[in-house]
Ligand binder design. Sequence first.
Ligand SMILES: [Fe+2]
Length: 222
Amino acid sequence: MVITQLRSPRGCLSYLVSDAASNETALIDPSEEITAAAYRRLLAQRGLSLVYIIETHTHADHVSCAGALKQATGAKIIRHRDAPSQGKDNAVVGGEEFPLGGSVLRILATPGHTNESISIGAGDAVFTGDALLIGGTGRTDFQQGDSAALYASLHETLGALPDDTIVYPAHDYKNQSASTIGAEKCDNPRFAFDRETFIRTLDAHHPPKPELFERAISENSR
Ligand SMILES: [Fe+2]
């Protein structure tokens, strides 16, 4: 697999994941700030064929350009069944596998940041959306977030992956690009909390709403 990380000016991360032999490609969490045209340019420059567009969840801090990319390329959109958007060619709940050339993408249910958050396993990497960030996790105080569910997603689902699994999150504000499950288990304070402390801490965590909140939720839910 060949992975390209793309960073928006706001620190939102999207990823091109390609099967090296076939050039079949999935695009995870495309952002309007990077622009559909820029993704298409990159795909064309590299001779990549876009097969899937995957949303790890309904983003509240940027507007997705999944719809525009689907129209331009015919790629299929993969989202959780409970995502509010009607733009789903494949509605998933976790456990599904999608072929990408000779490689496989595995969908993991990782609710908690939102009720419809998924992670995607690809080779020795996992794309965690906002379930697991480098040194942190997503918040749980809107979009049907659930701190107990996030704790289970961290410890039972993501934490069960091999320690050397490379973690690619949907956000990073500290100029870090990737981590591993093992490093997060050691260094991420939210991984270190016991269940009760985790739930109490996340339930009390109410940072300011993202700047684009209303527009992002409204457009990403269409
Ligand atoms: Fe999010």
